[in-house]
Design a protein around this ligand. Structure first.
Ligand code: PHE
Length: 367
């Protein structure tokens, strides 16, 4: 015989004791009150209101109680859980409001901040064009040479077959350095660097010389006493006018695009023979019948002057110690300022020299 069951006493199920339920509730409420972020509150909710929280587990015990004890215990646990859920909801509302208020502060953009008062400048188009030209020729194996801007009269003129009485000397409106006996000038073209190179290097020679030159022109929208040229000089065995034409065609196409057409017009320079002016097909109107008459860029010509060139005069080779029986060569001198004003349709040449950052800015940082 088995002994009769002892009456089931709910008080013996410890988690359901009134004190214990109260303690669990208070512990949960304290944890909720001290949760200082939504993430933290989520953890607190899991620990104190979840199915596996102490109260959640106690709740499961209720079903095992005798009916008369269930009501009391159920009410106690239900009230405690209700209080906890209410506290959770209230705390969550507060923390959410706090989070939003913080986000507004953290992510705010202060539109009253001053703009950059020292903006980065831009490279001057004269600098970039000189580098572009250098790149084009260096890619063909040429070298870049330099010479001084204050130049010996002999190199600027005499060595280039422009003797003291040569009429072409007066064509070049020269700035002379005083006193006269210094025999120095501000170079009127980059051609003296031809002479300097031949005097110091053995052929074959392939050099280009970008640089600043000076003439006593009045400053106006198409003239400047300071301007820029790029000189080219090639000295080798068997060079002809055809090599010159091919080189300049390549140069023009590298600058203006593969469709660029050039032409030679007969001309005269004491240091080249034969000599030519090289023209570019007008890059604005393309010499098209409907457009050319109105074209501002070529003034109705259909062609734009680009520079002088020719086969190096044997007299220059002799002055510079090169044997004209063995070597020949070609040379050219292209105006860089007009290349820029033409390419970018700049109406006033003076814009290139004013040093106003608002002019250079649109050229950006083209390398
Ligand atoms: N030096 C000439 C000028 O300034 C240009 C030129 C260079 C012509 C080389 C022929 C050969 O006008």
């Amino acid at each position: 015989m088995s002994a009769p069951n002892k009456d089931y006493d709910p008080v013996e199920v410890t988690p359901l004791h009134a004190d214990e339920v109260e303690r669990m509730r208070d512990e949960a409420l304290a944890a909720i009150a001290s949760a200082d972020s939504l993430e933290r509150l989520k953890l607190v909710s899991h620990d104190h209101a979840g199915d596996r929280s102490a109260l959640g587990l106690a709740n499961r015990e209720i079903g095992a109680l005798p009916p008369q004890a269930r009501k009391d215990a159920g009410m106690r646990v239900g009230q405690a859980r209700g209080a906890i859920n209410k506290a959770l909801a209230a705390r969550s509302e507060i923390l959410e409001a706090e989070y939003e208020a913080n986000a507004l502060v953290d992510e705010a953009v202060d539109i009253t901040l001053p703009w950059d008062a020292t903006p980065i400048g831009a490279r001057h188009p004269l600098t970039t064009i000189q580098e572009t030209v250098a790149d084009i020729f260096v890619a063909m194996g040429w070298e870049v040479a330099e010479g001084p801007e204050v130049e010996a009269e002999w190199l600027n003129f005499d060595a280039l077959n422009l003797g003291p009485d040569h009429p072409a000397r007066t064509m070049q409106d020269t700035f002379w350095v005083t006193p006269e006996k210094t025999a120095l000038v501000l170079r009127t073209h980059t051609s003296p660097v031809q002479a300097r190179t031949m005097l110091t290097q053995e052929p074959p020679i392939y050099v280009i010389v970008p640089g600043r030159v000076f003439r006593t022109d009045e400053l106006d929208s198409t003239h400047s006493p300071v301007f820029h040229q790029v000189e080219g000089l090639a000295i080798d065995e068997g060079l002809t006018m055809a090599h010159l034409k091919g080189t300049l065609d390549h140069f023009a196409q590298a600058i203006y695009g593969p469709g660029m057409t050039t032409r030679f017009r007969p001309s005269y320079f004491p240091f080249t023979e034969p000599s030519a002016e090289m023209d570019l097909l007008c890059y604005v109107c393309h010499n098209e019948p409907g457009a050319v008459a109105e074209c501002r860029t070529c003034r109705g010509e259909g062609w734009v002057e680009w520079g002088g060139c020719g086969v190096v005069n044997p007299r220059v080779l002799i002055s510079c110690g090169v044997d004209p029986g063995r070597y020949s060569g070609f040379a050219f001198g292209i105006g860089l300022d007009r290349t820029i004003t033409g390419r970018y349709d700049i109406a006033d040449l003076r814009d290139l020299f004013d040093g106003d950052v608002r002019f250079t800015q649109p050229f950006g940082v083209e390398l």
